[in-house]
Design a protein around this ligand. Structure first.
Ligand SMILES: *Cc1c(COP(=O)(O)O)cnc(C)c1O
Length: 500
């Protein structure tokens, strides 16, 4: 199978090349030239397999330039009992007879980014060798919280790679900061950047775009790469858990083979829900994909009206990983639903860059609406949903998952659809402990508590075990104290790599 660019269909590269380079040379995103099919027989066979085996089967369909052993090696290094708290890797929780939660946060950093970032380093390392590259890969990350830690955990001690994470001094939660500055591993570095996320991000982009600096790196045997969610290597592992969830429903006799299900996905950059779309196109029986947003509801409007318009105030919400106004992966969906109209996609992306807005024609809009339902919910409704589900079912959700649950209620109310539904749960409630504790224990319950007192209080109130990877942070020494100015980010990189 080959990969092409959403903005230029004449391009044709291998999976290894797409993963190594991350972004197409024309600025477009890599997409597969055709989508492989999975039959009902395949799904039946997958039901008997472990998560890692399911991953090998699905990934093998897309990574045809990898050998079976290579894919196996990647999947087994990522999806095992050392890295994940549970053998099942991505367990389903049954809430009612027709609603289930797919818990994607049992990995090392307690957020769903682990599902992709545990395997990406292995895919990338093999892609580098396959494409004849001999240089050591240096991953640069600017993070607003979850991605940095997940990337550090994924890349730590992976031979042939180094990782440097920049986080904004004022812009991550104290728990997120603690997760990063205590990071272990012989190939990792973490630095705070004075300023906000944009400062850190623009600094990283500047280094990426600097041809002269690239030459210096090359002379020293290094090349830069990205662990960002536009990399195909981050998207493809996410297709696996949609199949896995369906298989678990089958295995538990909740559905019969061929029965359609809905998935509700709390959405930011549109990566997670796009993986569900690919699964559907491959043949997974999906009735509707429900795209849940917080008050940064650009996608809700797009699905309803066909107009994408980011010209609106950016809102800081209690589901920060979804605070985003440019959902990069939507570009891949547009390519697919227009039947691969690269010229149109390139035009829309140009309009987005220039005016912050574009509009798709009725036929495209109708196609999007056939597949997706879009809805959003504000902070008050998010916390109310956490509280209500806790009271009625004794189940505690994080804020992002609660947005999804709330939007599902709206969907059900509006459509009366009775199809069994899986809500994708993207973070452990402990990761956003202050908000969740406030929701279940009342206003003021989280006041004055430090990070670890919060974990304990939530664990008692919600009757849940604190994930070891969070409670362990208390005794971990602080390793990284570097703080730099935006202009000093080069020095941090040069120093870490010992550049001459
Ligand atoms: C990143 C993230 C999301 C959004 O996922 P996208 O793939 O960007 O749409 C949702 N919830 C959590 C907890 C996240 O970390």
């Amino acid at each position: 199978m080959k990969y092409t660019s959403t903005r230029n269909k004449t391009l044709s590269v291998t999976a290894a090349m797409a993963i190594k380079t991350g972004l197409a040379p024309d600025g477009g995103l890599f997409v597969p030239t055709d989508i492989p099919s999975i039959t009902a027989e395949d799904i039946k066979a997958l039901t008997q397999m472990s998560y890692a085996e399911r991953a090998v089967f699905i990934l093998g369909k897309f990574l045809t330039d990898f050998t079976l052993e290579e894919v196996e090696d990647c999947a087994c290094s990522a999806y095992n009992k050392v890295k994940f708290e549970t053998d099942e890797i991505a367990p389903l929780y049954k809430l009612t007879n027709d609603v289930y939660f797919l818990e994607l946060w049992h990995g090392p950093t307690c957020a769903f980014k682990d599902m992709a970032l545990q395997i990406l380093p292995h895919l990338l390392k093999k892609s580098v060798v396959k494409t004849g590259e001999t240089k050591e890969i240096v991953i640069l990350v600017a993070t607003s919280g979850d991605t940095g830690k997940a990337a550090l955990e994924g890349f730590k001690d992976v031979d042939g790679t180094r990782i440097i994470v920049f986080y904004p001094e004022k812009g991550v939660s104290s728990m997120q900061k603690r997760q990063m500055i205590t990071q272990e591993g012989n190939n990792v570095d973490v630095a705070a950047v004075c300023g906000n996320f944009d400062d850190a991000q623009s600094g990283v982009k500047m280094i990426f775009g600097d041809a002269e600096y690239a030459e210096v790196l090359e002379r020293n045997g290094f090349m830069l790469s990205s662990a960002n969610s536009i990399n195909w290597g981050r998207l493809v592992p996410q297709i696996v858990y949609y199949f896995s969830a369906y298989c678990n429903l089958l295995k538990n006799d909740e559905i019969k083979l061929g029965d359609p299900v809905n998935f509700v996905v709390p959405t930011g950059n549109f990566g997670n829900i796009l993986a569900a779309y690919y699964a559907m196109e491959m043949g997974l029986p999906i009735h509707k994909l429900i795209c849940a947003s917080n008050e940064n509801n650009v996608l809700t409007d797009f699905i309803k009206t066909g107009i994408y318009d980011k010209n609106r105030p950016f809102k800081t919400t209690s589901s920060p990983s979804m605070d985003i106004l440019i959902s990069s992966n939507l570009e891949r969906l547009l390519y697919q639903v227009t039947g691969g109209d690269d010229v149109r996609v390139a035009d829309w992306m140009k309009e987005l860059k220039e005016s912050g807005r574009y509009e798709v024609p009725d036929v495209t809009k109708a196609r999007v609406k056939e597949i997706f339902y879009g809805g959003y919910c504000d902070d008050a409704a998010t916390l109310e949903t956490i509280s209500k589900v806790h009271t009625e079912h004794g189940y505690v959700m994080d804020t992002h998952t609660a947005v999804a649950k709330c939007v599902y209620e709206q969907y059900k109310e509006e459509t009366k659809d009775e199809t069994k539904t899986v809500i994708v749960s993207t973070a452990s409630p402990f990761k956003f402990g202050d908000k969740v504790l406030t929701a279940v224990a009342g206003e003021g319950a989280a006041e004055g508590l430090d990070d670890f007192e919060l974990l304990t209080a939530l664990s008692e109130k919600a009757d849940l075990t604190i994930p070891a990877s969070l409670s362990n942070l208390k005794t971990k020494p602080i390793i990284f104290t570097t703080s730099c100015d935006k202009t000093e980010m080069y020095d941090v990189v040069s120093h870490m790599l010992n550049l001459s």
